[in-house]
Design a protein around this ligand. Structure first.
Ligand code: HEC
Ligand code: HEC
Length: 347
């Protein structure tokens, strides 16, 4: 009986440490958040467990310049919501001290469904990938320990880490976990196209969009596959290598010459908003992308076999076909995602 009493006392004494609450018996509940897998999506490829507090902390971190060495460059600096989290108007992103990178910032959306990240697949973990921009000397030029040290002096952050994680630590590991929880929830699946394929009431595509969809399915969907619009593979789509960069893509990661100039097949969701296009942002419009596929594809040792048929390079398309495909691509714009206040944080 007495022992029970002491155990109860100990619990009451310990509670305030974890709850930061005036009422010792009140423990804040950190709800587990389920990832809603849209009916037309494949199963997630990443195993991320998300909580409400972890997600909210990750969102705050994503928008915080203190993740960079001089306090000016947040993740959101290069990944802007209104442009599907790409760097609007930038061929290459410039990070700290205006240093310019060599790749175009890709969209951050449906990340939990991807197996590899970055144009060359330098990371295969949603939880670990944030190390790359944080440590990159021309992006954020910080270290995880450096960030943790800064945030430990901020009472608000100490409280938020305490609420989000069982160990209550402002630590490198928890910073990465929170960012990945935020990104895991960034699902774009409510475009006009999605509503149409899910047969939602009142949804329809115009005639030109429908014929664009058929053309897309026969000419593009082997690589831009499933309703994620990527098969998560690396391929050489025949772009002439950029002479100033000579970016070899996947070969940088694997070391195999057979991977030279292969890049991750990007999702085409919200593609209307994510110009400029390709790993080096060389095309400013969808028209120029389609002109490239029709007549600009270059032969090379690693060119994807699908882009050379019976000696014909590229994907033959008439002007009307290109126009229809572009009309279809614009049905992938998801205004709900681009404006959802859940993914925005005012600093
Ligand atoms: C200076 C601009 C810049 C900053 C700051 C930045 N990024 Fe990026 N991000 C990029 C570029 C450029 C790429 C493409 C790099 C590559 O492929 O090698 C990228 C790629 C990514 C990808 C991979 C997407 C995909 O489809 O493979 C994710 C996810 C991402 N960034 C998240 C973040 C997070 C989280 C932060 C903050 C911790 C961040 N970024 C900070 C420019 C930036
Ligand atoms: C053989 C595979 C393959 C086929 C077929 C293919 N693509 Fe691509 N696509 C890619 C790869 C790989 C990239 C990325 C290349 C890079 O960044 O250097 C890409 C990039 C793109 C981009 C740029 C996206 C961005 O965010 O930068 C668009 C738009 C695009 N493709 C549209 C199409 C259309 C439309 C078709 C059909 C007419 C098509 N693709 C056929 C593999 C393919």
């Amino acid at each position: 009986m007495l022992r029970l009493f002491y155990t109860a006392m100990a619990m009451v004494l310990l509670l305030p440490l974890t709850s930061c609450s005036e009422d010792a018996l009140y423990v804040p509940v950190n709800e587990v958040v389920e990832l809603n897998v849209p009916a037309n999506f494949p199963q997630p490829a990443q195993d991320v467990s998300v909580t409400k507090k972890g997600f909210e902390l990750g969102r705050k971190l994503f928008y915080d310049g203190r993740l960079s060495a001089d306090g000016t460059v947040s993740c959101s600096f290069c990944h802007e919501q209104g442009y599907a989290f790409t760097h609007h108007g930038h061929q290459f992103s410039h990070g700290i001290n205006d240093h310019e990178g060599t790749r175009n910032a890709p969209a951050v959306q449906n990340m939990a469904f991807q197996t590899e990240y970055f144009y060359d697949g330098a990371s295969n973990s949603l939880e670990m990938l944030s190390i790359v921009p944080i440590h990159n000397p021309i992006e954020m030029a910080e270290t995880l320990d450096g960030i943790a040290n800064k945030l430990r002096t901020d009472r608000e952050y100490v409280k938020l880490f305490g609420e989000a994680f069982d160990d209550a630590q402002v630590s490198s590991g928890n910073i990465l976990k929170a960012l990945s929880q935020f990104m895991a929830m960034m699902v774009s699946a409510n475009s006009k196209y999605d509503k149409y394929v899910r047969n939602e009431p009142g949804s329809s595509l115009a005639q030109q969009e429908l014929s664009g969809m058929q053309l897309f399915r026969s000419k593009c969907a082997t690589c831009h596959a499933t309703d994620l619009f990527t098969d998560n593979s690396f391929r050489n789509n025949g772009l002439p290598p950029n002479p100033f960069l000579n970016d070899k893509g996947r070969e940088i990661v694997t070391g195999f010459a057979s991977d030279a100039y292969k890049f991750k097949v990007p999702s085409l969701r919200n593609v209307e908003k994510t110009a400029p296009y390709m790993h080096d942002g060389r095309f400013g419009s969808l028209e120029s992308v389609l002109n490239f596929y029709a007549s600009g594809v270059q032969q090379s040792a690693t060119l994807d076999p699908q882009l050379t048929h019976g000696g014909v390079l590229g994907i033959p398309m008439t002007i009307d076909e290109k126009t229809a495909i572009i009309a279809f691509l614009k049905t992938l714009t998801d205004e709900e995602f681009l404006t959802n206040p859940l993914f925005y944080y005012r600093t």
